[in-house]
Design a protein around this ligand. Sequence first.
Ligand code: CU
Length: 148
Amino acid sequence: MGTAMLYFRVGMLAVLMVVVLTYPVLVRGADQAPQVPPLRVPVDQLDGIQRATIILDSYSYTPNHVIVQAGKPIELLLTSITTITPHNFLLKNEAAGLSIERDVGSGRTVTVQFTVMKPGIYPFHCDKKLLFFPSHQEKGMEGTLEVR
Ligand SMILES: [Cu+2]
């Protein structure tokens, strides 16, 4: 075997090693939610509702930071794009009178309407969990409603 061939084989082996070693990172990377900027929800000129769509996937909300105005009705369309895994949407804050808990089955869209009078940062999350596994929230399924 010539020296050139040996270098070629070592080179190929190195490339293969890099692919094998980074594969889990690549796969996990593909599973991550797309990074999108915070969504400033516009007020509908016709009905005055602040209407926004949030995509639910395993395990993310997109966008995961939604900015709305206090005192005006909010309508969230929670759209699941999963084929099997069910998710939900929990947004609770006693001081602001918020107690929202909605299941969103795979492939379904659920609409939730509410109004927040008190400006603040309100976290929301999915509390689904398979026995012994981390919860969806722990896997990154959480977000923020920012009321200004
Ligand atoms: Cu979930």
